[in-house]
Design a protein. Structure first.
Length: 75
């Protein structure tokens, strides 16, 4: 999973899977859900993110305590 904030576009992208989406669905104005060909959510885009959420809560690194990477599991 990756998070990217594009300041120039004020867009927050949450990548759940590193694959190109086959479909996109606007769940709510400015919130786009990207789907794979078989319907899995591969990403979420939040447009005008600074107006929809408190970006001061977005933390990248420097978390209190120990941070562990979580290995994905095969289904």
């Amino acid at each position: 999973m990756n998070l990217a904030y594009f300041k120039d576009m004020d867009s927050l992208y949450i990548e759940l899977s590193p694959e190109d989406p086959a479909h996109a669905w606007e769940a709510q104005e400015g919130v786009v859900i990207n789907l794979s060909g078989d319907g899995r959510v591969v990403g979420i885009e939040i447009q005008h993110a600074s107006k929809k959420t408190d970006l001061s809560l977005l933390r990248v690194g420097n978390f209190p305590g120990e941070v562990h990477a979580v290995e994905g599991s095969a289904h």
